[in-house]
Design a protein around this ligand. Structure first.
Ligand SMILES: O=P(O)(O)O[C@@H]1C[C@H](O)[C@@H](CO)O1
Length: 370
């Protein structure tokens, strides 16, 4: 008995390494994350190689002189496991940069979804780090994701917020998308608040509603992809982490109470989110299949961040802002097609409610630990 209502299928609710150097001239100059590149000739974790627009995408670094993808000096290149992209020492270096630069050890980490960057704007006495200036950090490439890390206080608690997250469809491997969660962990973060914009598949959901995530279906995982793929570093967590109870029930129940106090009870649901790779929105057949699987809302993020957070034993609270209703029947109506402008506009409209929900929940966590 969890105490909260879970959205169900029929529209009602029920209770419930290699050792060679990286000899490619393209990558020789890189520091820090190049540690990995030095250890393994098959990759370079710099964005010019493995990020969007890079010539590599984490596997084969093609040098300027035109070495062929898939080989380096005639040797076959072995793909680099995702977990080697960011070794512990590199994550530690990024975390030190942030804690020393801000003079704070934040307890709560927030990831702002598309158009929800205002969650970071309400942080007091903010110390702002542009992603471009953080060593070994990727850059944001999506509209509505500013690309800044904001450290400060909110309702008395020390927090750090990502104003801009990284998505698989941007060309980043999953381990890179969720790498900031490990940075948060080494900065001292105990609670992850992950937010996203999502399409509502559950017919009870209206645009502007908030779905508190109580579970997920990891479609990228079904296809054999995981941010934890590759050798496991036990300093982060176990080889085989359990994911039942990933979403903290106490925080879900508190959020429901806060929703009632805010008078938006009827706009709050509890449900299952699924992450697809994107960047395309889903087909009707895919949406129907997701619905049959028990999915209530669909998006392109969050799941790999939650997996990474649970692996390193963080408490997780996550919600989806329903920015569009997903059509599950064939129709010629153009207005039923999802688009990013609508996603951003709805998020902007609902940012006040989202900020209040997050602030009040953080206040409760802070008071409970004081
Ligand atoms: O970062 P989130 O998951 O909030 O962003 C969603 C998914 C895509 O990035 C984008 C599509 O409109 O919004």
């Amino acid at each position: 008995m969890t105490g909260y209502k879970v959205a169900n299928g029929n529209g009602t609710a029920k209770t419930n390494g290699n050792s060679n150097g990286h000899s490619n001239g393209h990558c020789n100059g890189h520091k820090s994350a190049d540690y990995t590149a030095q250890e393994n000739p098959t990759m370079c974790s710099r964005d010019c190689c493995s990020g969007p627009g890079g010539s590599n995408r984490g596997n084969t670094c093609t040098d300027k002189k035109g070495a062929k993808a898939g080989s380096l000096n005639g040797e076959k290149i072995i793909p680099t496991p995702q977990s080697l992209l960011y070794p512990y020492e590199v994550i530690e270096e990024i975390a030190d940069f942030i804690t020393k630069g801000s003079g704070m050890r934040p307890k709560i980490g927030i990831i702002c979804g598309s158009g929800l960057g205002s969650l970071a704007d309400i942080i007091q006495d903010p110390k702002i780090f542009e992603y471009e200036k953080i060593p070994n950090f990727p850059v944001s490439t999506v509209e509505g994701h500013a690309g800044r890390l904001v450290v400060g206080t909110l309702e008395g608690a020390t927090v750090m917020a990502m104003q801009g997250r990284f998505h698989f469809y941007e060309g980043y491997p999953l381990a890179k998308c969720s790498m900031p969660v490990r940075v948060m962990k080494l900065c001292g973060v105990e609670y992850l608040f992950a937010t996203n914009a999502a399409g509502g598949i559950n017919p009870r959901f209206a645009v502007g509603d908030i779905m508190l995530m109580h579970d997920h279906v990891n479609m990228l995982g079904f296809a054999g992809n995981s941010p934890l793929q590759g050798p496991n570093d036990p300093r982060f967590g176990p080889r085989f982490p359990a994911l039942v109870n990933s979403y903290n029930k106490d925080l879900i129940n508190k959020a429901i109470e806060i929703g009632k106090a805010m008078g938006i009870e009827s706009n709050i649901h509890v449900g299952v989110y699924s992450c697809l790779g994107g960047p395309n929105y889903e087909t009707i057949a895919e949406l129907k299949a997701l619905r049959m699987m028990g999915v209530d809302a669909v998006g392109m993020s969050t799941v790999h961040e939650v997996i990474t957070a649970r692996h390193c034993d963080m408490k997780v609270f996550a919600f989806s802002l329903i920015t569009n209703k997903c059509a599950t029947e064939y129709s010629d109506k153009k207005d039923e097609e999802a688009n990013h402008e609508e996603v951003m506009a709805v998020a902007k409209n609902r940012q006040k409610a989202c900020c209040e929900l997050v602030s009040r929940l953080i206040r409760e966590i802070h008071l409970a630990s004081a």
